[in-house]
Design a protein around this ligand. Sequence first.
Ligand code: SF4
Ligand code: SF4
Length: 249
Amino acid sequence: MLRHVLNHPRRITQGLFGAILLCIPLRWLCVDIPNERFIFFGIPLGVESFLIPALGFLAFCLIILVLSFKRGRVFCAWLCPMHWYLERVNSSRNPKVQRGRTAVLAWAGALLAIEILASFLWPLSQQMAFIRNPSTRLPALAIGGTGAGLFFLLFFHFKEHFSIRACPYGLIQGVVQGPDTEQMRFSDPENTCIHCGLCDNVCPMNLDAKNECDSLRCTGCGLCEAACNSVLGPDRGLFRMSHPKDREA
Ligand code: SF4
Ligand code: SF4
C-alpha cells in the first residue's frame, strides 16, 4: 500500500495538502486572537512577522498560476480536497454504491470543512462553549449552521458540476489556458480501444473521457490514462498528457 502511494506523486501531494489543512483544527496553523498572533505550523508569529506567511501564501498562488499556464488545472488534480472527494464518490457507476458513498462522505466533508474554517479563528474549547451556551452566540451558530448546510449541498448535490462550472480556480484557468498548455489527449489510430468503459468509470469529473479529455472540464488527473494502460498494457493506453506541439506533429 505504502509503495503504491509512493509511486504516485499526485497522491503524495494530495496527502500533504490534506495534512496541511488538518493542521488548522489542530491549531498549528491559525489565528490566536486573544494573544494577537498568528500560529504558523506551531511557531507563534507576532503581528510584525505576519509578512512571512502572507508572502509564503502569495508565492504559493504564483507558483500555482505559473504551473497552470503549463499543465492546466494542476491545483484541482494535485491539491484540491474536492477532487479527492470526487475521485471517491464518482469511481463507482453503481447508483446505489455511489449514493451511499456520497451520503456518508458529504456529511463528513461538510462537518470537517466547517470545523477547519471555525478552528482557524477559535480553539475547540471555545467552539464547544458556543454550542453549550447557544442563546448567547446565536449569530455565530447561525453562520456555522448555514455554512455546514452549504458545504453539504456542495458535496451532496453540486459535486463535479461546481468544479466544472463555478469553481473560481476553474474560471481563472479558463483565462490562463493558452496555446502552450498541456492537455490530456485521446488517440486511437490503430483502433485498439475495446470499449470497456473503464476510462469513463474512473473519471472524477464524470466526463466522456475519450471525447472530453482535451476540454477545460478535464483536470488532467491522469486516471483515465492509468485505467487504459491497465486494460491495454503499460504504455499501450490511448491517453497521453501532451503538449500542443506534439499534437500538431
Ligand atoms: S479504457 Fe481504453 S480501452 Fe477501455 S474504453 Fe477507455 S480508451 Fe477504450
Ligand atoms: S478525462 Fe481523464 S484526465 Fe481528465 S478529469 Fe477525467 S480522468 Fe482525469
